[in-house]
Design a binder for this molecule. Structure first.
Ligand code: GLU
Length: 514
């Protein structure tokens, strides 16, 4: 094991859009692989044809690309020496059948001919007998139609007649199965609780249980990281490796904790209503006609999304919360992944985006804001020719209160369009019979300044106050020039808008109000 090359696979089934829980599984695998200079592989587990969803594979690939956690091998990312990486294609090569045959030949797997009616009847029988979890196992199989109960002749006859059958794993009775999970430690299960899993289905397709083992062996996977929901099937998997005589090829297992709802009550649902996306990219489910918004389309930065996911169930053991992908790679270990579920925190998710927003330069933010700005200006019949420096200046001021670039317009449209309405509450509270004279004086003072920056604006205000022996109400001033009651530091805002425009806005406001 020690000398084995580190190779981790992300092995989603293309049964729908990739939920953020799936992205976290991919992320943790990616981090570990990169930390150990290993490989990160994308394998598509598409053996369940009934659940196959068109577009899901492309969605997975695009999501990984957007997140910046690209596999160096696998579907959509370039073939390595273990191609093909789609299980449906591997099946065509007879890879799975070969292993299933080996298990049959060594007496560890058998044919079962039971129809779905017979399986139902078995379940009902067991339920009536008060069996808690009815299953096809070392006890119940004795009353079923399989190659363990039927004679060789009968089996041959059924086969020759083309009777549909499955291949099942023959799980021994009352044996202890032990395996080690890197996150959970030793797990011990009695085989009585393990069912005779189907390995090959009647359509000849392998099930997940057989296929992923065969592929993990053949693709020389060193660590298999997956969701906690797979923990109950792990004992069957251990048996399969053992019966194949390939226990030494079994990857180290890591079952990740669940992602819980914000209130900690149960598993986070893809239909969660916290207002934060559950999917990396927009996803439309054709079968149910449901649409899901993506992190990308909601204005999240991939770095923020990844940082948030990285902290969902893992912690560095220090107070540090902001990690670049590179820093996550350096800091990551499975030992610091929690066993218990990780609560999803919508507010914290927005906070992460805000941190990354603040890190961006004004020029970068301006690039992101420009297309949105242009659209708004066109919709408002305004000219879209705006000086780059001015846009950067706006970004600098509005980013302080925003979590997303797409909030910039709502927080600062007045930088581009003069107000026509004025916050009524502020006007009602602050406007009085002296206001007009004071602001006319202020205009005069502005005009007498040769420069127009935060300092000279301040001076003009002080000058006005002295000469008028009255206060210039700053909130009122803010409303006159922007229409809004709140916003960035007023002197900076006024300076950026510029003297000519500010004077014009105050004059207009003085006409409009009362
Ligand atoms: N195909 C499985 C899934 O979609 C992958 C589980 C695993 O990684 O082994 O969840």
């Amino acid at each position: 094991m020690e000398n084995k090359r580190v190779r981790l696979r992300f092995a989603p089934s293309p049964t729908g859009g990739l939920h953020m829980g799936g992205v976290r599984t991919a992320l943790f695998s990616y981090l570990f692989a990169k930390k150990h200079n290993g490989d990160f592989i994308l394998r598509i587990e598409d053996t369940d044809q009934t659940r196959y969803v068109k577009g899901a594979e492309e969605y997975i690939i695009e999501s990984l690309k957007w997140c910046g956690i690209e596999p160096n091998e696998g579907v959509g990312f370039g073939d390595g020496k273990f191609a093909p990486y789609r299980q449906s294609e591997r099946k065509e090569l007879g890879i799975y059948a070969k292993y299933a045959q080996q298990l049959i030949d060594t007496g560890h797997a058998y044919y079962a001919f039971d129809t779905s009616e017979e399986l139902d009847a078995m379940r009902k029988r067991l339920e009536a007998a008060k069996v808690v979890a009815p299953q096809y196992n070392s006890v119940s199989r004795q009353n079923m139609r399989n190659s363990l109960t039927l004679s060789e002749d009968e089996v041959k006859k059924l086969m020759d007649a083309g009777t549909p059958y499955v291949v099942r794993l023959k799980v021994p009775r009352n044996e202890e199965i032990r395996f080690h999970d890197i996150i959970r430690g030793w797990v011990v299960v009695n085989s009585t609780q393990v069912d005779d899993k189907v390995l090959l289905k009647s359509d000849g397709m392998p099930t997940y249980h057989l296929a992923h083992i065969v592929d993990d062996i053949e693709m020389e996977i060193s660590h298999a990281v997956r969701g906690e929901e797979w923990l109950p099937s792990a004992p069957s998997h251990v048996l399969i490796y053992r019966y194949l005589g390939l226990e030494d090829k079994m990857p180290l297992l890591a079952h990740l904790p669940l992602i819980l709802k914000p209130d900690g009550n149960g598993k986070l649902s893809k239909r969660d209503k916290s207002g934060i996306p559950m999917f990396p990219l927009n996803w439309f489910d054709e079968r149910t006609n449901e649409s899901y918004v993506g992190y990308r389309e909601s204005g999240f930065f991939p770095e923020a999304f990844i940082n948030m996911l990285g902290m969902l169930g893992w912690n560095p053991g220090t107070p540090q919360e902001i990690f670049s992908l590179e820093e996550l790679i350096q800091a990551f270990s499975f030992e610091r992944v929690n066993k218990s579920g990780a609560k999803f925190d919508p507010e914290k998710t927005k906070w992460f985006n805000q941190q990354y927003l603040r890190k961006k330069s004004d020029a970068e933010l301006a690039e992101l804001f420009k297309p949105m700005l242009e659209e708004k200006l066109i919709n408002n019949n305004q000219s879209t020719i705006i000086n780059q420096q001015y846009i950067e200046g706006v970004c600098k001021l509005v980013k302080e209160k925003a979590h997303f670039v797409n909030e910039f317009w709502a927080g600062g449209s007045y930088f581009f369009i003069a107000p026509t309405t004025y916050d009524e509450k502020v006007i009602a509270k602050k406007w009085n019979e002296n206001s007009k004279t004071i602001f006319l004086k202020l205009i005069e003072e502005f005009n007498s300044q040769t420069t127009f920056d935060a300092t000279t604006i301040h001076n003009a205000i002080v000058e006005t106050e002295t000469k008028m022996a009255a206060k210039v109400d700053l909130q009122l001033l803010r409303v006159l020039v922007s229409g809004a009651a709140g916003g960035p530091a007023i002197h900076d805002m006024i300076a950026l808008i510029g003297k000519q425009e500010i004077v014009k806005r105050i004059e207009t406001a003085l006409i409009n109000i009362k």
